[in-house]
Design a protein around this ligand. Structure first.
Ligand code: FRU
Length: 475
């Protein structure tokens, strides 16, 4: 059977400096790693339609986390109906190893599937070979669902490898399983990370877990399916969040606080982190959620990856800062002024806005909208620490965030791209990630706030895309 990759038919929403597929569908970032001088980023990919389909691993690499070059598809399913689902990568014995979930469709009509864990490797970071001994973990443990056993995240700890895998137990609760290996090929099940289990409606399946130590604390980052919405939190269909706590390796117990939403916007899911050569913990995520409108589908492509963000912890919160390398996107300073009067300024669709306000104002903080009213506004009420984001395309479906009680000022750093906006509040304490389908130049309106405003025109051609040209032959 042969298939032809879909083509992009309209450039209007193609992003200027975010990674997206050359054409076709993209979801979760996978295998984020650093190997032989390049950052590597893989992603869930379906080249033949702008819809989710049997998953491949798309691949891009970069020297600076900002300029990405697409490479040939790294993995494709052996049987066309199956899938290479999400996973991670480690460098070991001079090779780049991918650890991914094999998704096996047993009965498509009845939706019966089975998942196992697999390995692939490369010496040049471009061509990948599936390991002949696959699967490396053939079955979910007995008490777990064999259909929901996926998204292995592997890291090296001394001379061992550790793996966390997302799971759903037989009672229908999400949790995280732990494995140990000395060679990446043979894995021993060590049980569940206790404490890393759904309670109080924290979801039925924990996708894309990631477990790491940061600033003296242990962080479990995960994307639970089915977490219950509260009045102002977890308002997407599925949401990404984290626990901060202390993990004891002796009894595999994570003493943790409550589950906190990672990003308060409409469009972020399925994170993946790496440790950069200089020790920074850097995170990327899918810049969509499963219930996003995905307007670009009609143009032959769908999906994007967020700006890489450095993670730190302060007051038990995960802070997200655009990586320092993002400063290299700045091409020209277009605004630098004190704000004392109402103001409207027209910006390009590739702009970084920095707004440092005096104190914690209330009321409408800013509006960004083009002449067709694509855009959003941010308001604050109560003591200025309660933020409300309204997207003009669906104004009833608002998003909310609460600033720390110790915050005395409001600062915003906004990265606008052709079909997105990432809004970093107070140095990354709160982030709203949004797909905004700009039709025209966004106009920034400030009315009643005072402070300092800067804006930078950003580069809009940071990535090089190679269309998957070849038709893929399934034997
Ligand atoms: C998360 C997810 C993963 C899975 C992948 C399939 O968005 O559902 O759990 O591996 O997407 O594409």
């Amino acid at each position: 059977m042969t298939q032809t990759p879909i083509k992009v038919t309209n450039q209007r929403y193609r992003l200027g400096y975010h990674l997206m597929p050359a054409s076709g569908w993209m979801n979760d970032p996978n295998g984020f790693s650093y190997f032989k001088g390049y950052y590597h980023l893989f992603y869930q990919y379906y080249p033949y339609a702008s819809e989710w389909g049997p998953m491949h691993w798309g691949h891009a690499r970069s020297k600076d986390l900002i300029h990405w070059e697409t490479l040939p598809v790294a993995l494709k399913p052996t049987r066309p109906q199956d899938g290479c689902f999400s996973g991670s990568a480690v460098v070991y014995q001079d090779k780049l190893w991918l650890i991914y979930t094999g998704h096996h469709v047993l009965d498509a009509e009845k939706d019966i599937n089975r998942q196992d864990q697999n390995l692939a490797y490369s010496t040049d970071g471009i061509h990948f070979e599936k390991y002949a001994g696959n699967p490396i973990i053939a079955h979910a443990p007995e008490e777990e669902s064999s259909a929901d056993f996926r998204d292995p995240k592997v890291w090296q700890e001394d001379d061992h490898f550790k793996m966390v895998v997302g799971s759903r137990d037989q009672a229908g609760l999400g949790r995280v399983l732990l494995y140990d290996s000395q060679d990446l090929k043979h894995w021993e099940y060590e049980g569940t990370v206790s404490g890393a289990k759904s309670v109080d409606e924290e979801g039925f399946m924990w996708e894309c877990p990631d477990f790491f130590r940061l600033n003296g604390q242990d962080v479990l980052l995960t994307s639970p399916q089915g977490i219950k919405a509260t009045k102002e939190q977890f308002l997407n269909q599925h949401n990404t969040g984290y626990f901060v706590g202390q993990y004891s390796t002796a009894d595999k117990q994570l003493e943790r606080g409550s589950f906190t939403e990672l990003d308060n916007g409409h469009d972020l899911y399925a994170t993946q982190t790496l440790v950069a050569p200089d020790g920074r913990r850097v995170m990327v995520a899918w810049m969509n959620a499963w219930d996003s409108p995905m307007t670009e589908k009609t143009d032959g492509w769908c999906g994007a990856i967020t700006l890489p963000r450095e993670l730190t912890i302060k007051n038990n919160r995960l802070y997200q800062h655009p990586v320092a390398e993002a400063l290299s996107l700045r091409e020209a300073e277009v605004i630098n002024q004190e704000v004392a009067e109402p103001l409207n300024c027209s910006l390009s669709r590739h702009t970084e806005v920095k707004l440092d306000l005096n104190g914690l104002p209330t009321g409408t903080i800013l509006k960004l909208a083009d002449k067709n009213n694509a855009g959003f506004s941010i308001e604050a009420d109560q003591d200025g620490r309660h933020l409300i984001l309204t997207r003009n395309s669906d104004p009833e479906n608002k998003r909310y965030a609460v600033l720390d009680a110790t915050d005395e000022k409001l600062s915003l750093r906004i990265f606008i791209d052709s079909s997105s906006a990432e809004i970093f509040v107070n140095d990354g304490e709160v982030v709203f990630t949004e797909r905004i389908y700009w039709q025209d130049k966004p106009v920034l309106s400030l009315n009643g706030t005072t402070g300092h405003l800067q804006a930078f025109e950003l580069s809009s051609q940071t990535n090089s895309y190679k269309q998957v040209k070849e038709m893929i032959d399934y034997e």
